[in-house]
Structures are given as C-alpha cells and as structure tokens.
Design a protein. Structure first.
Length: 397
C-alpha cells in the first residue's frame, strides 16, 4: 500500500477574510466581551430561524452562549429540572447531552435509536415512559438529538409523550440550518440549542445559541446566563450605560455562559454564509451517495428534507470491516471519525446506571458499524475522489 504524503483531514473549518477582519474590528473597538456583536448575532440568528414564515407563531427569542453544553444546562435549569427528575436522552449521542442532566442532580433515562437515522426511537421512548407506570411523573423533559443533522421525527417524539407534562429540549448541535416542513430544527420543541464548536456547520470557535418561543424560559435563561445579575454588562459599562455601572442586583446563583463579541463577530459572518456552506456540504453528500451506492452491504445515510449534513455517516457490514476501512483510509492520510460510541458503553454512564448494551440493540449495532467521512466546505473534488477510491478498493465495490 502506498503511503500518500497529502492528507485529507476529517474536518477543516471554513474561515475566510471576512471572519478575520470582523475579529480585527472587534479587537480595535475596545469592547471584547458580550456587547453589540453578540446582540446583533442573536437578532440575525432569530431572523434566520423564522424563515420563511413563522405562520402566526410566537417569535423566537435567541440567547448566545459560550457552548451548546452551557445552553443545554441553561435550558434544563429554566425548566426547573432537579433531583428526582428523569430526562430522556438517546444513548447514541455526545456525553454533553446527558451530563447537563447530572449538573442539576437529575438522572438520564437512556433511549435506544431508530435503525435508519440513529436518532432517538419514538417507540422506545414511549415504552420507557410507559414502563415507569401511568402515575409516575418523573420524566420532566426529553432531549431529542438531530444526529448528523438529520432532523428527528418531532411529531412522533411528541406523540410518544402525549398526555404527560414533558418539556421538549432539542439538541440541535448538529442541525443548523435544517429547514423541515414544521419549521427550522431547534424551534420545534420548547427550547432548542445549537453548537458553534470548531467542527460544526457554522462556527465561532466555541459557542452556541439557545432558541425558545417561551418568554418565561427566555427570562430565566437570560438571568442565569450571566451570574444571575439583573442587568447586562453592556448596559453597565458602555458609554450607553443607563446609570451608575456598579448598581446591579444578584437575584440568583447564575452561571458564566455569555458569548464574547470576538466569537459573535465570527458567528455573524458564518451565519451570512450558512446557506452557501450547506449547499457545499450537500453537493459533497450527493456525490458520496452517487459514487458509493453500488457497494454491496454498505449502508448510506438518507437524504431527508432539512438534512443539515453536519456528518456523512456510512455503515459497513460489521465492526471488523469498519475498523479495517478506517485503518486503510488513515493509511492514505484520510481522516475519519465515529459518531458516537454510545453512552451505555462509557465507563461513567455504564457504571452509574448499570447500563447493559443488550437494552440498546440498535444504537449498539449502529455504533460498531459506523464511520463518518470527511465532509466540509472546501474539501476538493480530487480529495473526495481519493476517499471514494480507497473505500471502493477496501470494500471491493
Ligand atoms: C450532539 C451534541 N450535543 C451537544 C454538544 C456540545 O456542544 P458544545 O461543544 O458546543 O458544548 C455536541 C458537541 O459536539 C454534540 O455533538
């Protein structure tokens, strides 16, 4: 096997001159932390989410935060989650989806996946809630994750918890922009949380956005985002300051989850580019599908309407073949990843909740056979062709 010197990274962020000059402008402005850029980013993001027409719904409120993990924590705190509560989460997700449940002293209720998308299976959710018994109201929230950017069947999720007082918090870390027939992913539940981590579909390096139409949740999250202080720092220190900067009250033990203007300035440019970046990812996804479709026993992702194509996850016949393929690609300098090793296989979650892989047969199977291929705006035709060639050669397609 020839070892190529050229590498195809699994991911590379698309940062252009506009992002760089936006950051320089903020640095020159004298105001680095949360301020006009963060506020403008929130407004513009809310406008984007309302596209094409909110159809008489209440407006979306948006709050920029310094990570999706922070946003998810704020969301559950606003819902009033605490010890004794259960929060339904998929086992096939990143640990952040479940860890925030523990921050608040509550416990996750792990749910298996549906086989086609890997998303939380509504039937398994229904069964898990029914198993607790009709009079058991411990399930306070459910966190569907739009895995890889493939939107969850939100109608089926809502149906599974019908008649129960369960709040829906969407983990939309992978799902921007994802326009479904019901609206944008992240606005389909009670609260939605997006991630702008370095590898996400749009990035601020680290960062996130929370969206909700519920003004009570919005007010609580706004307060808790910054120390439980009843005024925003921008109002306290800027030349627009309403009154004496030191006069503020603390009304709750809040967190430090605000987004800096440096990050928001990057986010505003990335947001303007979001549709074009999606178009590029979709072109790559279509090409992978066209050129890998005839390989026997290789499963390819569905191209659902509204797919954000954060990840392109293929599935081989078995784990041995997946590992072999990953090794062959790595040997050619081509990066891949696995999304995800399910939480029921992670030491902390497994031991804390005595989780057994046999109770998550679909998620367990998918995770062993899955491989995420390079998919990022700027990935050249040539490098994608090389990636496809190595896959075809290895799997004899
Ligand atoms: C499904 C999912 N949820 C939440 C997160 C957390 O995002 P962040 O890194 O912005 O906190 C991630 C990050 O990769 C994720 O993949």
């Amino acid at each position: 096997m020839s070892r190529s010197t050229k590498t195809v990274p699994f991911f590379k962020p698309s940062i252009g001159r506009a992002e760089i000059s936006a950051v320089i402008s903020v640095m020159k402005s004298g105001w680095l932390t949360t301020g006009p850029e963060a506020m403008a980013f929130e407004r513009e993001f809310a406008d984007f989410l309302e596209l094409p027409d909110p159809a008489g719904k209440r407006p979306v409120h948006t709050l920029s935060v310094n990570s999706a993990t922070a946003g998810l924590h704020l969301a559950l705190e606003a819902v009033g989650v605490g010890p004794g509560d259960l929060i339904a989460v998929p086992s096939l997700t990143f640990t952040a989806t479940a860890e925030i449940v523990r921050y608040l002293g509550a416990d996750p209720l792990f749910i298996d996946s549906e086989s086609q998308t890997g998303n939380m299976d509504p039937d398994s959710l229904k069964k898990a809630v029914e198993k607790l018994g009709v009079s058991d109201n411990r399930v306070k929230a459910v966190i569907p994750v739009h895995l890889a950017g493939h939107p969850c069947d939100m109608k089926a999720i809502r149906k599974a918890i019908e008649g129960k007082d369960v709040t829906v918090v969407e983990d939309a870390a992978h799902a921007f922009p994802s326009e479904t027939s019901e609206g944008m992913a992240g606005t389909l539940g009670d609260i939605g949380v997006f991630s702008f981590y370095a590898t996400k579909t749009i990035t601020t390096g680290e960062g996130g956005m929370v969206a909700t139409r519920n003004p009570v949740y919005e007010a609580r999250m706004r307060l808790m985002r910054l120390h439980g202080i009843d005024r925003v720092v921008w109002n306290r220190y800027s030349k627009n300051a309403e009154s004496r900067s030191w006069e503020y009250d603390v009304t709750a033990p809040g967190f430090k989850y605000n987004m800096s203007d440096l990050a928001a300035a990057i986010g505003r440019i990335q947001l303007k580019r979001a549709d074009n970046l999606l178009r590029e990812r979709r072109t790559l996804a279509v090409r992978y599908k066209e050129q890998l479709t005839d390989i026997p026993d290789l499963e390819l992702p569905d191209d659902a309407p509204g797919h954000a194509w954060h990840l392109f996850i293929i599935r081989t016949r078995n784990r041995g073949l997946r590992d072999h393929l990953a090794d062959e690609l790595a040997g050619e300098g081509i990066g891949t990843s696995v999304h995800f090793i399910p939480l029921h296989r992670m030491t902390y979650w497994k031991s804390q909740y005595e989780l057994n892989p046999l109770n998550f047969p679909i998620a367990d199977d998918l995770a062993q056979r899955s491989l995420s291929l390079p998919l990022w705006p700027g990935l050249s035709r040539k490098n994608q062709r090389r990636t496809i060639e190595v896959i075809r050669r290895t799997l004899h397609g």
